[in-house]
Design a protein around this ligand. Structure first.
Ligand code: BF8
Length: 626
C-alpha cells in the first residue's frame, strides 16, 4: 500500500478506499486539509479576533507587531474569548439536540408522534422523580408530558441550579457553588457566554474561563445528560449487543442505507421502516436480498447501543463509505456532516437526504422530519432507497467486517457487577484494575485516522486500565478489534482476569458523544460509594483526535467535574501563556483537575498512567512509579 494512504489512516478499509477514491477523482478531507497548509499561525494560536468589525485583528506572538486589537484586548483576552466561544458553540449543539428529544417526548405525551413510544417506562419514572414530578397513580403519558415540561425549565433562566447537577457528588457541588460555577440554566449559560465575549463586556481572561466551565457544565450535567436520558426513555436503555464495524458491513447483495449525524429521533424511525415486511418484500422484488441499515458517527452509535446496528465508520470515513458505490441512500440529521458529502455522492448513484429543519447541505434532497410525520417519511425514504438499488454501478467493498460488542450503559455495567459498583471498586482497590479512562472524541486529518485512539487504548488496557469509549473513538476501537470477548488477550493480567470473569471486553462502548454523560454518572457512583470527590479517583479522559467545538465543551466539563483530560491536537490557546498555564496547571488548585496536551498517544499513555498511579498513591492504594 502506498505511503500516501498509510499516512492518512491506519485502517485497511480506509487505505483501500482512499486508493479507489483517488482513481474515481474524488476529493477527500485529506486533500482539502493539504490544500490549506500552511494554516494561519495567528488562528492556530488563538490570536486572531473577528468578534467585531473594528477588526479583524491579530496580535503578534513575537512582540514585534500589535500587542492588542483595535479595542485594546490583549493576547490573554483574545485567546480566552475565542476559546469560550468554542465552548458555547459546543454546549449549544449538544443541548439543542437534547431539546429536540424533549420536544419529541412532549409530542409523544400529547399523542402527536405516531411511531414513537416510551420504551423504558421504569427510567421515565426514575428520571421524573429526580425532577420532582409526582408519578403515583399517573398514566405514563401524563408523566412524560410533565417531565418534558420540567426539562424545558432547565433550558431557561429561572432556576438557580439545573436538575441533574444533583447527580454530582456533594463535594463537587459544594466546590462549584464556592467557585460560582453551578450551572443555572442550559441556554442561560450559553447566552451569557455570548454576552460576556461581546466587545466591551468581560475582559478578565480568568473570569471568562471560569464562566467557560459553568457553560460546559450546563452541557455535561444539562443538555447532554437530558439528551442521553430522554433517548433511553424513548428508545430504550442500552444493553450489550453484538455488532460489527468498518466498511465491510456494507452488503453487495442488499439495499444499503447509511444514517449519519447525531439525533436518534430520525435514525430510530429509519430502522423501523427498514424492518417493515412491506419494504423487505419490495427490496426482494428489486433483486436485493434485504435491507441493510448501518451507521456512521454518533447516530450510528445510538443505533449500535440499542439495537446492535452495524457501524460503517467514523468521521473521516464518511466520504470513503460513499466511494464504495454500495450506498443506496445516506440520510443525515445534524453535526459532523461534511458539506462535501453531496459532491462525493454525485459521482455515484447514492441518494443524499437531509432531514433537519436546521441543517441543509449542498447536493442533498431535503425531506424534513418532525414528530408528526417521521413514521410516514421514514417509509417513503426507505422505499426511495430500495428503488435506487437498481441504479447501482460498480461496487467495491474492500474488507470483511470486524465483530464487536457495544451497549454498555451505566445500568448494564452496574447490573453486570451484581447491582452495585462495589466489585469494580474492589478490583481497583486490589490493583487488578489500576483505574479507568474515557477515550472519546473525533477524527481529525491532523492525526492519522484512528492512530491516536487505537494506540492509546492499547497501551492503557495492556497496563490494566479499563477503557470506556464513546463517539468516533468508540468506532476506531471497534474497527481495531478491541471489543469482543476474545479481546481480553490485549489486556494486562489483572484486567484480563476481571473482564474474563464478567464476560466483557476490556474496552466498553458507552455510546455517542452526548453519552459521555454516562461516564460522569458512573464516576459519580464510584465517588459516592467511596465518599470522595470525582477528582480523587484514579480516572482520566482523553480526546486523542478531537476536532469539534462539541469536544471542547466535553473536555471542559470533564475537567470542571474533576477528571484529568489529555487532548491530542493543541487547542488554539498557545498565544497566551497565561491561559495555557491556567488550563494545564492552575486548574488543579481550582477544580482538582487539569488539561494536558500530547499529540503522541504513546506519551499520552505515560502521562495518564502517571496520573492514575498518583491518584492511587493519594488514596492509599498500591501504586507503581512510572
Ligand atoms: O459527536 S466524536 S467527529 S461524530 S464530535 Fe463528531 Fe467528534 Fe465524531 Fe459525534 Ni462527537
Amino acid at each position: 500500500m502506498s505511503r500516501r494512504y498509510e499516512n492518512n489512516t491506519i485502517t485497511e478499509d480506509g487505505q483501500l478506499l482512499l486508493k479507489k477514491a483517488e482513481r474515481d477523482q474524488i476529493e477527500t478531507v485529506w486533500d482539502r486539509y493539504k490544500a490549506q497548509l500552511p494554516q494561519c499561525g495567528y488562528c492556530e494560536m488563538g490570536l486572531s479576533c473577528r468578534i467585531c468589525i473594528m477588526g479583524p485583528c491579530r496580535i503578534d506572538p513575537f512582540g514585534q507587531g500589535p500587542q492588542s486589537g483595535v479595542c485594546g484586548a490583549d493576547a490573554d483576552i483574545v485567546v480566552a474569548r475565542n476559546l469560550c466561544r468554542m465552548i458555547a458553540a459546543g454546549a449549544a449543539s449538544h443541548s439543542d439536540h437534547g431539546r429536540d428529544l424533549v420536544e419529541v417526548l412532549a409530542n409523544v405525551a400529547e399523542g402527536n408522534a405516531p411511531g414513537y413510544e416510551i420504551k423504558d417506562k421504569e427510567k421515565l419514572k426514575r428520571v421524573a422523580a429526580e425532577y420532582g414530578v409526582e408519578t403515583d397513580g399517573k398514566e405514563y403519558l401524563q408523566i412524560a408530558g410533565e417531565l418534558a415540561d420540567a426539562m424545558q425549565e432547565d433550558f431557561g433562566t429561572r432556576k438557580k441550579e439545573i436538575t441533574f447537577a444533583a447527580r454530582a457528588p456533594q463535594k463537587r457541588r459544594d466546590l462549584w457553588k464556592k467557585l460560582g460555577i453551578t450551572p443555572r440554566g442550559i441556554d442561560r449559560e450559553t447566552s451569557e457566554m455570548m454576552h460576556r465575549t461581546h466587545m466591551g463586556v468581560d475582559n478578565g481572561w480568568q473570569s471568562l474561563l471560569l464562566h467557560g466551565m459553568r457553560n460546559a457544565l450546563s452541557d455535561g450535567w444539562g443538555g447532554s445528560m437530558i439528551a442521553s436520558e430522554v433517548s433511553d426513555i424513548l428508545f430504550g436503555t442500552p444493553s450489550p449487543k453484538t455488532t460489527a464495524a468498518n466498511a465491510g458491513v456494507l452488503k453487495s447483495d442488499q439495499v444499503n442505507i447509511i444514517v449519519h449525524g447525531h439525533n436518534p429521533v430520525v435514525s430510530e424511525m429509519i430502522l423501523l421502516a427498514c424492518q417493515s415486511p412491506e419494504m423487505i418484500k419490495l427490496a426482494q422484488e428489486k433483486g436485493a436480498k434485504g435491507i441493510n441499515l448501518a451507521g456512521v458517527c454518533c447516530t450510528g452509535n445510538e443505533l449500535l447501543m440499542r439495537h446492535g446496528v452495524a457501524m460503517a465508520g467514523n468521521h473521516l470515513s464518511t466520504e470513503l463509505i460513499i466511494s464504495t458505490g454500495a450506498v443506496d441512500m445516506m440520510i443525515v440529521d445534524y453535526q459532523c456532516i461534511m458539506p462535501s458529502l453531496g459532491t462525493v455522492a454525485a459521482c455515484y448513484h447514492t441518494k443524499m437526504i437531509s432531514t433537519s429543519d436546521k441543517a441543509r447541505f449542498p447536493g442533498m434532497e431535503h425531506r424534513e422530519f418532525h414528530p408528526d410525520n417521521a413514521e410516514k417519511s421514514a417509509i417513503e425514504l426507505v422505499k426511495a432507497a430500495v428503488e435506487n438499488f437498481t441504479r447501482r454501478g460498480e461496487v467495491y467493498i474492500p474488507v470483511e467486517p470486524v465483530n464487536a460488542v457495544g451497549g454498555f450503559s451505566v445500568e448494564t455495567i452496574v447490573a453486570a457487577l451484581g447491582g452495585t459498583p462495589k466489585p469494580l471498586i474492589d478490583a481497583i482497590v486490589s490493583g487488578k484494575i489500576r483505574g479507568a479512562v474515557g477515550v472519546v472524541g473525533c477524527n481529525n486529518p491532523k492525526i492519522k485516522q484512528d492512530y491516536g485512539h487505537v494506540t492509546l487504548t492499547k497501551r492503557l488496557i495492556e497496563n490494566d486500565i479499563l477503557v470506556v469509549d464513546t463517539g468516533c473513538a468508540a468506532v476506531a476501537n471497534a474497527k481495531a478489534g478491541f471489543k469482543t470477548a476474545e479481546s481480553i488477550r490485549f489486556a494486562g493480567p489483572g484486567l484480563k482476569e476481571i473482564c474474563g470473569s464478567l464476560g466483557i471486553p476490556p474496552v466498553l462502548c458507552m455510546g455517542s458523544c452526548v453519552d459521555n454523560v454516562r461516564i460522569l454518572v458512573l464516576a459519580s457512583a464510584l465517588a459516592n460509594t467511596l465518599n470522595v470527590d470525582i477528582s480523587d479517583l484514579p480516572l482520566a479522559a482523553a480526546a486523542p483526535e478531537w476536532y469539534s467545538e462539541k469536544a471542547a465543551a466535553i473536555g471542559v466539563y470533564a475537567v470542571a467535574s474533576g477528571v484529568y483530560t489529555v487532548l491530542g491536537p493543541m487547542p488554539p490557546i498557545m498565544g497566551s501563556m497565561n491561559v495555557v498555564k491556567l488550563l494545564t496547571e492552575g486548574l488543579n488548585d481550582i477544580v482538582g483537575a487539569t488539561f494536558a496536551v500530547e499529540p503522541d498517544p504513546e506519551k499520552a499513555a505515560v502521562l495518564i498512567r502517571r496520573h492514575i498511579e498518583g491518584k492511587r498513591e493519594k488514596l492509599g492504594l498500591s501504586f507503581v512509579k512510572i
